[in-house]
Each structure stands twice: as structure tokens, then as C-alpha cells.
Design a protein around this ligand. Structure first.
Ligand SMILES: [Zn+2]
Length: 378
């Protein structure tokens, strides 16, 4: 019993604390699909849970040896940044109706550039491995501005805490597992040439949230000096000049300093597509969504739950049949995002035109506006 005037017996407090710890450690419900037997699927699930909560032990002896040799020890500040990333992503999971849990410190691997580049040549500065439940980070590159590492922790932790499903197949006596779903992305059926659908949308969702969480990151006490600088007139002036020069919005800068050093948020082009999609859905359903950010939360929810039905219907009802599948073909690169932006803009214009001709007689003209869908029942 709880409430004013009642103190809880120690056993209850202990019990609640135990439940709390258990819920944090319980972690996500990994989904295993495919043709393997139920026992083998259960084994695959346990392996993932081990990889998450007993990470170091789950690695091969060779990997353990390599990590002991090359991995940087985490400072207290770096641990606090991981705490922040866990807390922030737990709030998002809870909003999506999912259980919160903390990714342990040992699952984050801060590596020197040389070692990181060997593992992920020519890629970004951080990567998430769902199969190993770990995050690799290029510490040297992520130190190029004071806020880059903290922002990357949020980004990668949100990837890892997204929905994950694995496919388990038995070949003779061996069981092979491959990623099946990661966040909103889905892998195609071909084993020889894996193709990831919705990858561009996946990165757009994660990077958009990274940008949104940035303000809170900047509010952390140990970034006070950096915050003061970024808010100063001098920094604002440099930021404006750079934004004009690069033809991007001023809020795209995560960092800017006197020597014209700067850092921007990743995946701008796919984020712009997502932003456009959210804005148009909001216009279509103004009673249901006050602003485009509320629509974005639907996408975030799909990232956490893996359920695509709702966002799929919202996109199709706003942009027309086949538009969600088209959005699924967008990759994370700039050219693909630009192409899909054009496609979606055309689809939206076509949809508006069709509805306008249906609603209004030709003499009144189509520009008079039209009633929007007041509610969507999904
Ligand atoms: Zn990413």
C-alpha cells in the first residue's frame, strides 16, 4: 500500500527495488524468426541476452584479448555521458510503451582510429552491432569537438534500443543467425545480397532524435562552458556566416569555434525527407496531431516497437498508394534522399489534385482548399 501517512515495510521496498533492478536487467524481448526449431530459437534469444548483459564474456577469446590491448578506459565524464544516453533513450522507450533498460558501460568500445578503421573501413565514426549488442566508437575522431562523443552515444544507444529481430535457420546441424529487423529497417530475403529496406528512414529517425536530445545534452553541468560559448554573440555570428556559406539552417550546427572548426548533425538529407513527411501528415490530420513533432513521435514509436502498420497507413493516406514502399527504398545517402524527396513531393501534389477534383466542382476551383481527414482510425 502506498500513499500519504503510510510507510512501506522494508521487505516491500526491497521487493520493489528488486523488481526495478530486474526490469532494468530484463531488457528487450528479442524476436527470433525463421525455420530453426523452437529450442534453437530459444538458444539464439539467450545468446542475444548474454551479448547485452554479459557482453565482454560473450565475445571470443581473441576479441577479448584485442579489446584488453586496444580499448580506451572510460573516464567518469564518458560514463556520465553513457548514463545520459541510457536515460534519454529509456524515456523514449517508455513513451513507446516498451520497458526501459540500461546498456552496460562495457558494451561501448572506445577505440583508437587505426583499430576502428580496420573494423569499419571508410565508414562513420561510430557503429552499432545488433548481433553482438555492442557499440564501436572511433574515440579520436569523436573528440574533434567537445559535444560529438556525447551526441554519438545518444545516436548509437537509440539504434541499439530499437526493435531487433533475428532470423535463425538450421543448416545440417549448424544454426545460422542473421539480422531480420533493426528498428524500422527490414532485411530482404536474399542471403547472397542482403538488402536493407527503410534504412534511410531508420537513420533519419535516429539522427532526428539525436538532434532533439542535443539541447538536454548541452544542459549537462560539465558542458556549461561550451554552452556559454555557443550562446555567445561571437559564436552566433560565426554560426550564421557558416550557415549562409554552406546553405544550411543555423540549428544544424552542433559545434562551432573560433578557428572555424565546426560539427553538424548527421544524415541531414534523409532527415529533411522525414521532416517533410511528418509536416504533410500533420496537415492531413490536424485534429490528431498538433504539430509535426507529434507525428515524428509515431515514427520513433515504430523504431522502438518494430510495428510499421500505423506509420505505413499515415504515409499512404497522405501521399497515396505505394508511397510507403517508395519511402522504404530511400537509403541513407544524400542523392537517394534528394530523389525520394522529389518523388514524395510529386506524389503529394498528385494526391492533393485527385482529392481536390473529387471534392470541388470545377467552377469553384481546386485552390479553395479542402477538408482534411479529421481523424485516422488505425
Ligand atoms: Zn546511425
Amino acid at each position: 500500500m502506498t500513499g500519504p501517512g503510510h510507510s512501506r515495510p522494508v521487505s516491500v521496498i526491497k521487493n520493489n527495488y528488486f523488481n526495478y533492478i530486474m526490469s532494468i536487467e530484463k531488457g528487450p524481448e528479442f524476436r527470433i524468426v525463421g525455420g530453426a526449431s523452437p529450442e534453437k530459437k530459444e538458444e539464439a534469444k539467450k545468446e542475444l541476452q548474454e551479448a547485452l548483459f554479459n557482453h565482454f564474456e560473450s565475445l571470443s577469446p581473441k576479441e577479448q584479448k584485442e579489446l584488453k590491448k586496444f580499448e580506451y578506459k572510460k573516464s567518469d565524464k564518458e560514463k556520465s555521458l553513457i548514463d545520459f544516453a541510457n536515460q534519454e533513450t529509456n524515456e523514449l522507450r517508455q513513451e513507446a510503451g516498451m520497458e526501459p533498460y540500461n546498456v552496460p558501460y562495457e558494451n561501448y568500445h572506445l577505440l583508437p582510429s587505426k583499430k576502428y578503421d580496420k573494423l569499419k573501413p571508410g565508414g562513420s565514426d561510430a557503429m552499432t552491432s545488433y548481433t553482438r549488442q555492442g557499440i564501436l566508437l572511433n574515440k579520436e575522431n569523436l573528440s574533434s569537438d567537445p559535444l560529438k562523443l556525447g551526441s554519438a552515444f545518444v545516436h548509437e544507444t537509440l539504434h541499439l534500443k530499437g526493435h531487433y529481430a533475428e532470423k535463425a535457420e538450421e543448416h545440417d546441424k549448424d544454426v545460422g543467425t542473421t539480422p531480420f529487423r533493426e528498428g524500422v529497417s527490414a532485411y530482404g530475403a536474399r542471403r547472397d545480397k542482403p538488402h536493407e529496406h527503410f534504412y534511410g528512414l531508420h537513420e533519419a529517425i535516429v539522427a532526428n532524435q539525436e538532434k532533439k536530445s542535443f539541447q538536454k545534452l548541452l544542459d549537462l553541468p560539465f558542458f556549461q562552458k561550451e554552452k556559454e560559448w555557443l550562446m555567445s554573440d561571437e559564436a552566433k555570428k560565426i554560426r550564421k556566416e557558416m550557415a549562409d556559406k554552406m546553405k544550411i539552417s543555423e540549428d544544424e550546427f552542433r559545434w562551432i569555434d573560433k578557428k572555424r572548426g565546426w560539427g553538424t548533425f548527421p544524415f541531414r538529407a534523409p532527415r529533411e525527407v522525414l521532416d517533410f513527411v511528418c509536416a504533410e501528415i500533420q496537415k492531413e490530420y490536424p485534429q490528431q496531431y498538433q504539430d509535426k513533432d507529434e507525428v515524428f513521435r509515431e515514427f520513433l514509436k515504430s523504431h522502438c516497437t518494430g510495428q510499421l502498420l500505423r506509420i505505413g497507413r499515415l504515409v499512404e493516406k497522405t501521399f497515396g498508394e505505394g508511397s510507403f514502399r517508395a519511402l522504404g527504398n530511400m537509403t541513407a545517402n544524400k542523392e537517394s534522399a534528394i530523389l525520394h524527396m522529389e518523388l514524395l513531393k510529386k506524389a503529394r501534389a498528385r494526391k492533393e489534385k485527385i482529392v481536390s477534383t473529387l471534392v470541388f466542382s470545377p467552377d469553384r476551383g481546386a485552390s479553395a482548399g479542402r477538408p482534411r481527414n479529421p481523424k485516422i482510425s488505425l
